[in-house]
Design a protein around this ligand. Structure first.
Ligand code: SUG
Length: 451
């Protein structure tokens, strides 16, 4: 295959800004952290500031950092569509008394996990030389199914220039095409500007298949969804590998591939239990890649599945440095598990691989809902011309970081319990904050209340 390279291509990490309604509602079946922390009092302000601090420190370290806005919550339109009528206050109070689980779902700040916003293919891999986007349908849970409409508008607003960016429709929101976006997609390549091979990891096959699937928790990505996204983006068989996630891993709480594997450049850091067919997956990647694959395997004796799920070791950001080394950005929870911390020191840092530095980040508010550093970002590899063609003010610099921090401090509560979600004042505060945010980010009218 071709081995093109554009040295000006950089990976931009677009982090999701945590929204003002961040709370712990236990909405995600199969996500151990979300299930465990249901009902806790959340601190939306701290959550947003933890996210901004991660963005700022990576920007300061020289990585290109972008930001994506949160969504309009509570989603009163969704409640109205489900038959709740009257004023906003009446809709909220009726939902709170008649269907509290629906109220919680329409208040979730889950769009912060932008690794699930969609799948992105860089222009160097596509025949038309544009960056391709497909928002994920997130149909496997009601609270996340509410995201793609606004996600699509946000992506289309930022990546607006049709000469550089192409947007595809969300896949049909039905179980056969269950799609959770970039969390189940890894691009392996030499340099970011070289053509890459796309590893799509799915949990189950909708049509046919041999029935070997998780039994306890749902598989959120289907083979058919991954294949459809690859087709939309114009990727050929020589550029794609479709691998089934290990069903036992899903049943242990690994609800996305990015909870058990992370890749960057030629490096694939993965747990022994990540793939149903480990050897077949590596062989298929090697057969397609133009550059030698560097697999970094963590065996179960070093880190158990439970430790992987509790620490989110694999939900780290693996970032390329100019000197050829890589930095692994891990959540603070990795320091709390002895086996995991030892693995980081003795196995990853000391091993023969490009990982030369470990940076620890505190994103505890997000972690309590099952979202680590890697969940909070959508990777978009962009050439200099593509970066120049972005619309809006979404690339982080000191000024934007300062304004976003002040915005959070002005508008966010530091305490939010599930019972507070019915407070009409919260809905009002959120709309005021988001209206101001779209002006700050120069995004135009992306929210339903602005249209
Ligand atoms: O879909 N949690 C999210 C976490 C997503 C993490 N993303 C990646 N692994 N890329 C989910 O399970 C919990 C919300 C709550 O319980 O209130 C939640 O939706």
């Amino acid at each position: 295959m071709s081995h093109e390279s554009n040295p000006k291509v950089r990976e931009v990490n677009f982090d999701g800004l945590v929204g003002p309604t961040h709370n712990f509602s236990g909405l995600a079946h199969g996500n151990v952290a979300s299930m465990t922390h249901e009902g806790l009092v959340a601190n939306p302000r701290e959550a947003a500031l933890q996210g901004l601090e991660k963005m700022k420190s990576l920007m300061d370290a020289g990585y290109a950092q972008g930001v994506l806005p949160p969504q309009q919550r509570p989603d009163l339109g969704a409640l109205r569509a489900l038959g709740f009528t009257g004023s906003d206050t009446q809709v909220l109070s009726r939902a709170a008394s008649e269907a509290p689980q629906l109220l919680r779902a329409v208040c979730s700040a889950s769009s912060m996990w932008t690794a699930n916003a969609g799948t992105v293919t860089p222009s160097v891999d596509v025949p038309d030389r544009r960056v391709h986007f497909t928002p994920a349908n997130l149909q496997s849970s009601f609270h996340r199914y509410l995201e793609p409409a606004t996600t699509g508008r946000v992506l289309a607003s930022i990546f607006r220039d049709e000469r550089h960016f192409a947007h595809h429709p969300v896949l049909p929101a039905t179980p056969a095409f269950s799609d959770e976006g970039a969390a189940n997609h890894t691009r392996l390549c030499g340099d970011h500007g070289e053509s890459g091979v796309h590893l799509f990891v799915y949990g189950r096959q909708a049509f046919g298949g041999d029935g070997i699937e998780p039994r306890r928790y749902p598989a959120r990505q289907t083979l058919e969804a991954s294949q459809a996204v690859a087709r939309q983006h114009g990727l050929s068989a020589a550029q794609t590998v479709f691998a089934q996630q290990h069903p036992e891993a899903i049943d242990a709480g690994v609800f996305h591939n990015d909870v058990i594997a992370v890749g960057n450049g030629p490096v694939l850091l993965y747990h022994e239990m990540a793939f149903r067919d480990e050897q077949g997956t590596l062989d298929a990647l090697r057969a397609r890649m133009a550059t030698p694959l560097i697999p970094v395997r963590v065996p179960v004796e070093a880190v158990s599945l439970d430790d992987a799920v509790a620490s989110y070791l694999f939900n780290s950001q693996l970032l390329s440095n100019p000197d050829g080394t890589m930095t692994l950005v891990v959540p603070g929870e990795c320091q709390e598990r002895e086996a995991v911390w030892r693995c980081l020191q003795d196995h990853l840092l000391a091993g023969h691989n490009p990982i030369a530095e470990v940076v620890v980040k505190d994103v505890k508010q997000s972690m309590r809902n099952g979202g680590g550093p890697a969940c909070l970002r959508l990777r978009v590899a962009l050439s200099a011309a593509e970066r120049a063609a972005l619309s809006g003010r979404v690339l982080l610099d000191d000024a934007l970081h300062g304004e976003l921090t002040a915005w959070v401090e002005r508008h966010y509560r530091d305490r939010l319990a599930p019972a507070d979600l019915a407070d009409p004042q919260l809905a009002h505060e959120t709309l005021t904050a988001l209206d101001e945010l779209t002006r700050l980010l120069k995004l135009g009218s992306v929210y339903p209340f602005q249209r």
